[in-house]
Design a protein around this ligand. Structure first.
Ligand code: MN
Length: 262
């Protein structure tokens, strides 16, 4: 049930991704996959309820509490997706290269901090309730990401909103890093390879053809959000410069007149 959308989007005879299977038992692991599809993004996944709850984060997670990172909730993934690193062939959903950027475990946290501002470890049931409510607090123990975070769902009242937009925010704690630059941590947590090296394993020529093939509407939802966010960041539009259209048309009319007169 939980993996229907995952199954519907994929053809398992032509992708190396694992088939859909809901696990009976959940441990609390997390994975962040760097995914160069038509748009580079990071997939943030928390193991809970027998699947990997998943968000696509265009700019990737940050340890800087000032960064509120857009996180688009996407379809649940099977737990066996956890260590998937490699190439999704051209023509498949999400075609491109996948790196396991970070792995580790996570703990559910209380929804409200204690008097001293710290968060207590909570139960899996509380995590499920928080996810439902759209305000999930958790603590990560990863190779790159550590400390307390929140995933907060944006209000879906706005026109055009699908209710899948969340923000991933680092809480202020001893792991908070002001000015965190994700590009400085650019190798696989499993194999220490870069995306280019992962892509190269099966021939970089194939990688080039992947890039051309995936510019379809498949990632339009993400492209739209990224464009909106960029526009917002760039501020209000500058007035458009006057175009050269008008004088040219005038000139053409004049020339026609001349011809008729001749
Ligand atoms: Mn992805």
């Amino acid at each position: 049930m939980a993996l229907e959308e995952y199954k519907r989007k994929r053809r398992f005879e032509s992708t190396p991704e694992p088939p859909p299977k809901v696990e009976k038992k959940s441990s609390h692991r997390f994975v962040v996959q760097k995914h160069r599809a038509s748009h580079l993004h990071y997939d943030f996944r928390l193991e809970m309820e027998g699947v990997l709850k998943s968000w696509a984060v265009p700019k990737g997670p940050s340890l800087d509490p000032a960064d509120k990172r857009l996180a688009m909730q996407v379809e649940d993934h099977p737990v066996s997706y956890f260590d998937f690193e490699g190439i999704i062939p051209a023509g498949n959903y999400g075609a491109g290269t996948v790196m396991v950027w970070d792995v580790g475990s996570w703990e559910p946290l209380s929804s409200k901090p204690a008097a001293d501002g710290s968060y207590e470890v909570a139960s899996s049931a509380e995590a499920s309730a928080q996810l439902q409510k759209g305000d999930l607090k958790f603590r990560l123990h990863g190779k790159k990401l550590n400390g307390d975070f929140a995933l907060v769902r944006l209000r879906s009242g706005r026109p055009g909103s699908k209710g899948t937009e969340w923000l991933l925010i680092k809480k202020r704690d001893k792991f908070a890093t002001d000015g965190y630059d994700i590009d400085q941590y650019d190798v696989s947590a499993l194999t220490e390879r870069t995306l280019a090296e992962i892509a190269g394993d099966a021939g970089s020529a194939e990688w080039e053809s992947n890039r051309a093939a995936v510019t379809t509407s498949k990632n339009a939802w993400l492209a739209g959000s990224v464009a909106k966010l960029r526009k917002r960041a760039a501020g209000p539009d500058k007035k458009k410069a006057p175009t050269a259209k008008a004088p040219t048309q005038r000139k053409q009319r004049k020339q026609r007149k001349k011809r008729r007169a001749a």
